[in-house]
Design a protein. Structure first.
Length: 246
């Protein structure tokens, strides 16, 4: 076995992420990843023993932006398909906690509904943005791996829609939020708006002119305004005023 360069793990993760993101879990082959990494397939197996272990590793990096310290000595051992799924589920769950939303659901009469909503939305935005690479990897494979589709769309998004819908319903009933035609639809609107600006925007070439700050603040501004009745607070945003010719 060759002496490995210090960058073997970073090179492996970069190559695997590119291939899995383009082809998905089922269609990606270890030979594709070896080619992208610039090594032979035999050499690749000196670094990691199976595609399952590699997909788990790139998802771990996608959900917390780092690879486990315990996995830095090659070869990284093989895992079963079932173990891979369970590890991805654990990684996604532990890094996507919505503590602000949970706390809001336990409160029937918030002191400041506007501040509470803004905190809930900012936390959700941060979770989506921070874990966007992990979500991208999983979603790319949902069409060919039913277990990942259930994990992302039922366990993840479905439960989040339900939590936001219960939160909205509670605040509408208490008079803190404006009435909405349908709470689950309003919840889905929140999730989709934040997901696009925090995650999908990064994969869209014609959105590069939008800065991270502007994406965040604009999304929060419009969502808070949509739900809080009679909000007289005015936030001033810096900008150049156009001169009007008389």
């Amino acid at each position: 076995m060759r002496v490995r360069p210090d960058s073997w793990l970073a090179d492996l993760l970069k190559a695997a992420t590119k291939v899995f993101s383009a082809k998905g879990y089922r269609q990606a082959q270890m030979s594709d990843i070896a080619r992208e990494m610039g090594v032979s397939q035999g050499t690749l197996y000196n670094y990691i023993e199976s595609k399952e272990a590699l997909f788990q590793l790139v998802c771990e990096r996608g959900f917390n932006n780092s690879a486990s310290q315990a996995q830095r000595k090659p070869p990284i051992a093989s895992v079963s398909f079932e173990t891979m799924l369970q590890k991805i589920r654990e990684q996604g769950s532990s890094n996507a906690r919505l503590d602000r939303l949970r706390a809001a659901l336990r409160t029937s009469d918030p002191v400041d509904a506007r501040a509470e909503l803004e905190a809930v939305l900012r936390e959700f935005y941060s979770v989506i943005e921070r874990n966007r690479h992990g979500f991208d990897l999983v979603e790319r494979s949902t069409g060919e791996v039913p277990e990942l589709a259930h994990m992302l769309f039922v366990e993840g998004r479905g439960r989040t829609v339900d939590a936001f819908a219960r939160y909205i319903t509670s605040r509408v009933q208490s008079g803190h939020f404006k009435p909405v035609p349908d709470a689950p639809t309003a919840a889905r609107f929140i999730i989709e708006a934040i997901t696009w600006f925090a995650r999908h925007r990064h994969n869209t070439p014609d959105s590069q002119m939008i800065s991270d700050r502007d994406a965040l603040e604009t999304t929060i501004h419009f969502l808070v305004s949509a739900f809080i009745p009679g909000d007289s607070r005015e936030t001033k945003y810096p900008g150049k005023r156009k001169k009007v010719r008389k």
